[in-house]
Each structure stands twice: as structure tokens, then as C-alpha cells.
Design a protein around this ligand. Structure first.
Ligand code: ATP
Length: 487
């Protein structure tokens, strides 16, 4: 028997032609506790529903113990699901709720009684058989929902935000109980949450998702300590994310200072540099003398008490640096900061350009993404100019009708901007993700037509804000699409 109980291979799911899960590949080992983690709408529930059989993948295969179950109905899969709304039958008592599935399977009464007693013991609810559902607390209902799922002895239990309706204290208790239960039963758990702390606490493996795609798969430690991109770093725990550049062997520059690090990329590589707030040490220069270890200086601009630690924000040139420590500081203090090499995590930048395929429609217009934009087609033919009839004339005097030429369009992230004025703008859409990067915010915007743009802005906008994207003529870089055709 294969070690992998579930494999998702090249899964894609579309609703109304739009992909909500894409390029999804995952293997789950027998007995593993795997968590799908990501913001609302990223496709976690859809993925879970495909594993359960409530949705069919548009593309790709789902294997259970090596066998393709993609087309099997839910009841033929040895998989059970616990939903956030427990979906217990309110008119039945606890015993009848748990026994429901066993009665359908036509098991002997004695066997049903034994099995129900056993699972009530597992969820620590012995003696509750006769209680009506409405008389149970949220936590108790949650346990009964789990009991009802595990009484069928599934190979896999899918849990969709099962603790979402509980208060914080109860949620923390249930997290530990679920982990223990999973350990004792040896059932594979696939768990969905948008709560990063819950995922870090409970899982053997976390799958971080955004916009229907896996961003990173790994152990909680790996995901926290070595996030693979700025999204993961921002989503998991608190982070400082700075724009950096590799300046030499194991040397990186950010916040206008050079630091030693343990990551190596070619000199000049542009990076997102992640430093966790608890990994920045500082001396208050009003109390201590400057030391040779100090790498950055700045002024404290805010101090917030967070219970276990203080969150201290320091203005350091154009960057804001967030630090956590158990001792407080005073707003206005000048401080000196120090970061150990192993606390500096460097990741090559995700996107510095927005790329599209397009077509030249007139000598000064290109169509791509959401519409037609003014452009300079002479960049396709170095040394060329446009004559009075609108033809491109090359340096050799050849006249070219550029209409219909297929091109690659590249727009640097820093060359475009956004506005809340939609008048006359072609590309309008919602902000679907934002990341603070020390001295600016990095935004991902999905337009009404489904195109994605990345851009930087110094101001804070909110997720879901509806904005227009301003693409100046100078921002549009054209190259020939060699696979394209000339009409
Ligand atoms: P949440 O944490 O809010 O439950 P999620 O990560 O579980 O979010 P999904 O419920 O999987 O996200 O939804 C992913 C996307 O698919 C959303 O944009 C949602 O509106 C869309 N979607 C889900 N089910 C359907 C459906 N039956 N028809 C059309 N669109 C759907």
C-alpha cells in the first residue's frame, strides 16, 4: 500500500469559466494532519469539497490509496466531513445523531450501541446519549459532530473551520483535544482554517493558499522561518518586509544599510527581505552608548502593549521597522538596532513586471488585458519612426504596417498607479491582496475581466477597495512576440 493516502494531481476547478483553484498538487501521508490555510475566498473549501466528492475537478485527478476517485460520489469514498455549522439533526438526541449513519448501513443494534458509546468516550461526552442537541453548548455540539463523523471509521476526516463558531478560549481547548484525538485514532485529518495561529499549532503540514494557488507547502516551522514569498511571510505571523538588493557574497542591503545574511543570490538580485519583529534587538541611545554592533538607527514612533510583549515601531529613514520585546520604550527615543545574520531571510522578488500578450491595433495603440492603450511602437524596430500615413519606417527605409502584430507587453510595477476615479479608465477592479513593505504597500488587483496587476503605492488602501489602474504610455514596454503572426 502506498504511503500517500491522498494525492491531488494538477487540480483545477472553474465556476462559470473562472478558475477558483488552479495548478494544485498535494500529497497527504497516512495519519498526517494537513491544514489548508489562506484568506477568505482563496479556494480552501472548494478544494476540500473536491476531496469529499461534493464538487468534481474541472481538470486533474484525486487519488485515494493510489486509486483514481475523481468521479466517485461522496458516499463511495471512505472520507467524512465536519463542517463549521455542525449540521446536527436538532430533533434527534445525541445518540440518534451519532447512530444515524450506522442505522442506514443496517448494522445490528448491539453493534450500534457499542460504537456510539466508544466514540462518545473518544470525544469525552460519555453519558450524553439522551440529551437534545439544543441543550448542548457550542463546544459540545462540535464534539458530537466529530463523534458522528468518526463513528463511520473513515480513513480521512475533512474538517472545514470546525472551531470557527467557538469563542477563543474554547477554540484553544478544542485545538489541543482535536490534535490528541487525531493522534489516538490515527485518522488522516485535512483541516481548513484562515487562522494562522491555529494552523501553526495543530498541523504536521501546512498548505498556504492565495487566489486559488498553493503559495507554499511545509511544516509549520519551515513556513514560519523560511517563507517562500512575501505573501506567506506577511500572512504567517508578524513580519517586516523590506526591499533589498544582494550586494556581495552573503551580503544584503536594505533600509540603506548592509547586513550579513545566510542566503546567497547573484550580486544585484532584487529581494524581499523578511525580518521577524522578535528578531530585532535594540539599544535605547538615551540610556546606552552607541555600540559597534549597531546597524540601523531610528526614532521610536509608537509603542503598543500587546499582553506578552510591546510592539515598538521605529522610523528608520523612509522605512518603518516593527520590533517586539518584553521591555517598553518611549516615543521619541533614538534607538540603535541590530539583526543577526540568521534572522535575515532573503527571497527573490515575486513580480517586478506585469506581463501580458497583446496586439498592435494602430501605429500608436496596443490592445492587451482590459483594453486598448497608447504606446510607442517604434520600440519594436530600433531606429524607426512613424511617417505621416501611420506606417513605421525602419532605419533601412522599409515601411511596415504594424496593425495585427502580436507583442509581449511588460509594465514595471513601479511605473503604474491606482486611483479611486474610474472615469475613462479601462482597467478597474478590486484589491485582492496587500503587503506592507517597510516604506510602501504592494498591491495585487484583479480587474473585472479577471486580469491581475501588481503595483506599489505609498498610501494604505483596503482589501476589496474598487480602484482603476493608471497605465501611462511610457510604462508600456513592447517586444515582438515571436510566436505571433503578422496579419
Ligand atoms: P472562506 O474561508 O471564506 O470559506 P475559501 O478559501 O474556503 O473561503 P471557497 O469557498 O473555496 O474559498 O471559494 C473560492 C471562490 O470560489 C470564491 O470566490 C467563491 O465565491 C467561489 N465559489 C465557491 N463555490 C462556488 C459556486 N458553487 N459557484 C460559483 N462560485 C463559487
Amino acid at each position: 500500500m502506498t504511503d500517500n493516502i491522498i494525492e491531488l494531481v494538477g487540480i483545477k476547478k472553474c465556476f462559470d469559466g473562472e478558475a477558483v483553484v488552479e495548478d494544485f498538487n498535494l500529497t497527504v501521508k497516512r495519519g498526517e494532519f494537513v491544514t489548508l490555510l489562506g484568506p477568505s475566498g482563496c479556494g480552501k473549501t472548494t478544494t476540500l469539497r473536491m476531496i469529499a466528492g461534493f464538487e468534481l475537478p474541472t481538470e486533474g485527478k484525486i487519488l485515494l490509496n493510489g486509486e483514481d476517485i475523481s468521479g466517485l460520489p461522496p458516499y463511495k469514498r471512505s472520507i467524512n466531513t465536519v463542517f463549521q455549522r455542525y449540521a446536527l439533526f436538532p430533533h434527534l438526541n445525541v445518540y440518534e445523531n451519532i447512530a444515524f449513519g450506522l442505522k442506514l448501513k443496517k448494522l445490528e443494534k448491539k453493534e450500534i450501541v457499542d460504537k456510539v458509546a466508544k466514540v462518545l468516550d473518544v470525544v469525552d461526552m460519555e453519558g450524553f446519549e439522551k440529551r437534545r442537541i439544543s441543550t448542548l453548548s457550542g463546544g459540545q455540539q462540535q464534539r458530537i459532530a466529530i463523534a458522528r463523523a468518526i463513528v463511520n471509521e473513515p480513513e480521512i476526516l475533512l474538517l472545514d473551520e470546525p472551531l470557527g463558531a467557538l469563542d477563543l478560549k474554547m477554540r484553544k481547548e478544542m485545538q489541543l483535544e482535536l490534535m490528541e484525538m487525531q493522534h489516538n485514532l490515527g485518522i488522516t485529518f485535512i483541516y481548513v482554517t484562515h487562522d494562522q495561529e491555529e494552523a501553526l499549532t495543530m498541523s504536521d503540514k501546512i498548505v498556504v493558499m492565495a487566489n486559488g494557488r498553493i503559495q507554499q507547502t511545509g511544516t509549520p516551522e519551515k513556513i514560519y522561518n523560511e517563507p517562500s514569498n512575501a505573501f506567506v511571510a506577511d500572512f504567517i505571523g508578524e513580519s517586516n518586509i523590506f526591499n533589498g538588493t544582494m550586494t556581495g557574497l552573503l551580503k544584503v542591503t536594505f533600509c540603506d544599510a548592509e547586513f550579513e545574511c545566510l542566503d546567497n543570490y547573484p550580486r544585484g538580485t532584487k529581494l524581499d527581505v523578511v525580518v521577524r519583529p522578535e528578531d530585532i534587538f535594540f539599544n535605547d541611545l538615551s540610556v546606552t552608548k552607541p555600540s559597534s554592533a549597531g546597524q540601523l538607527t531610528g526614532e521610536v514612533i509608537s509603542v503598543v502593549f500587546k499582553g506578552i510583549h510591546y510592539e515598538i515601531t521605529v522610523q528608520c529613514g523612509k522605512n518603518e521597522v516593527v520590533i517586539q520585546r518584553t521591555r517598553s520604550a518611549n516615543v521619541g527615543d533614538t534607538v540603535e538596532m541590530y539583526i543577526e545574520p540568521d534572522a535575515i531571510h532573503c527571497m527573490p522578488c515575486d513580480t517586478l513586471v506585469n506581463s501580458f500578450e497583446g496586439e498592435i491595433t494602430k501605429h500608436n495603440m496596443v490592445e492587451f488585458g482590459d483594453g486598448e492603450y497608447e504606446c510607442d511602437v517604434t520600440m519594436l524596430y530600433p531606429g524607426s519612426h512613424i511617417d505621416e500615413d501611420g506606417y513605421v519606417v525602419t532605419g533601412d527605409g522599409e515601411r511596415i504596417d504594424v496593425r495585427g502584430i502580436r507583442v509581449n507587453v511588460e509594465i514595471p510595477v513601479e511605473a503604474i498607479s491606482m486611483s479611486d476615479d474610474q472615469e475613462g479608465t479601462r482597467a478597474c477592479g478590486n484589491i485582492i491582496n496587500l503587503i506592507y513593505k517597510g516604506d510602501h504597500y504592494n498591491y495585487l488587483i484583479k480587474t473585472d475581466n479577471g486580469f491581475e496587476y501588481v503595483l506599489d503605492d505609498e498610501y494604505l488602501w483596503n482589501e476589496n477597495d474598487y480602484v482603476s489602474i493608471i497605465i501611462p504610455k511610457e510604462a508600456i514596454k513592447l517586444t515582438m512576440n515571436t510566436e505571433g503572426t503578422v496579419n
